[in-house]
Design a protein around this ligand. Structure first.
Ligand SMILES: Cc1cc2nc3c(=O)[nH]c(=O)nc-3n(C[C@H](O)[C@H](O)[C@H](O)COP(=O)(O)O)c2cc1C
Length: 348
């Protein structure tokens, strides 16, 4: 019903506006009597074989909602009721910022893809932290952190530290985002020297805490082999927990959309099906190169149980979805979980 009736209707309107409508509708509905229970019945699939222990945390199932959907941590309980094993909030920055001018989110329907140049629009880490204090669900929550647009790269560490401190008590793990293509210069922080410095300082701060939290690094799919080798080295050298692979790509290769339409859309990160293969390659490379020395969380183009299995077979410890959730609808996490359990039963 979602794909045949609701999606064509929603796709008639501006993508970002629809995002806000759907989120508001979900939040409103969740506040009504009986609805939370009904949603859980429809969408949550639990089974002992789905539980994953990663970086010392216990995830109810391996399917998470990727960063960018719930930037301000406004609907973690609602998303838990849609069957996700964990939700990554953010990217948040220390100070609120409006992001880029609209329109900044575009659908590529023939490619099952999106292009976005949101630019870290968010209400600030403090606001997200206040929201998370009242969450009721017990799924894992990650805090994806970044720097403000007007903070120069030489001062980036201060921004990451502030977000880290603001969120420390209310998230289960952290993600250092240096891979968004929509904040000018941010990806330069993926270079070996600044990245090592940033992660070492954050991990140092983390180690001072009585109970440190796992810190993951989220990387771009556009890194070459030598840059990925550097990432492996940096993760091992700084002692952070692992890597999230991948963020959106700046590549426009192999799309069905016309060049003139692409030109009209302009800059931004591409997500969804066209990203799937590259992100799986990156996951496989990191796992092989590191000898599975740290967990890699796989994200990029997952829209079906088969896509999920592809990432797990490449070595991913956990999964995340964003664009697939938009195109496939709220039943996707459950479908993947159910299929993983069925597959396991078949194999035993
Ligand atoms: C509209 C939109 C906003 C996003 N915002 C963020 C963000 O704020 N931080 C981040 O780390 N990733 C962000 N992402 C990237 C996703 O978390 C994910 O890494 C990427 O979309 C690939 O997964 P997918 O193909 O399942 O969408 C965003 C993606 C989209 C489509």
């Amino acid at each position: 019903m979602y794909k045949r009736l609701l999606l064509p209707f929603l796709f008639f309107f501006d993508a970002e506006r629809v995002h806000h409508w759907v989120c508001n509708a979900l939040r409103f509905a969740y506040g009504l009597p009986l609805v939370p229970g009904l949603l859980k019945k429809l969408y949550v699939f639990e089974h002992p074989s789905l539980v994953r222990e990663v970086a010392g945390l216990r995830f109810k199932n391996p399917v998470g909602l990727a960063a960018g959907f719930d930037k301000n941590a406004e609907m973690v309980d609602e998303l838990a009721a849609l069957g996700f094993g964990y939700v990554e909030i953010g990217t948040v920055t220390p100070r609120p910022q409006p992001g880029n001018e609209r329109p900044r989110l575009f659908r590529l329907k023939d490619d099952n893809a999106l292009i976005n140049r949101m630019g870290f629009n968010n209400k600030g880490a403090g606001v997200a932290a206040a929201k998370l204090r009242y969450r009721k669900s017990d799924i894992m929550v990650g805090g994806n952190i970044g720097k403000n647009k007007d903070t120069p790269n030489e001062k980036a560490l201060d921004d990451y530290v502030r977000c880290f401190q603001d969120l420390f008590e209310v998230v289960d793990y952290f993600v250092v985002n240096v891979s968004s293509p929509n904040t000018p210069g941010l990806r330069d922080l993926q270079e070996k020297e600044p990245l090592t410095h940033l992660l070492r300082e954050l991990q140092k701060l983390n180690n001072y805490k009585p109970k440190p939290k796992p810190i993951f690094l989220k990387i771009a799919p556009d890194l070459n082999h030598s840059q990925l080798d550097d990432i492996v080295e940096i993760v091992l050298a700084t002692g952070i927990a692992g890597v999230i692979a991948t963020n959106t790509t700046i590549s426009r290769k192999g799309l069905n959309v016309s060049d003139s339409d692409l030109e009209k859309i302009g800059a931004g990160g591409l997500s969804g099906q066209p990203l799937r293969h590259r992100s799986t390659e990156v996951i496989r490379y990191l796992c092989e190169k590191s000898g599975d020395a740290f967990p890699v969380l796989g994200v990029g183009g997952i829209a079906s149980p088969a896509d999920a299995r592809e990432k797990l077979n490449a070595g991913a410890s956990l999964l995340q979805i964003y664009t697939g959730f938009i195109y496939e609808g709220p039943g996707l996490a459950r479908r993947i979980c159910k299929s993983l359990v069925e597959q396991r039963t078949l194999n035993t």
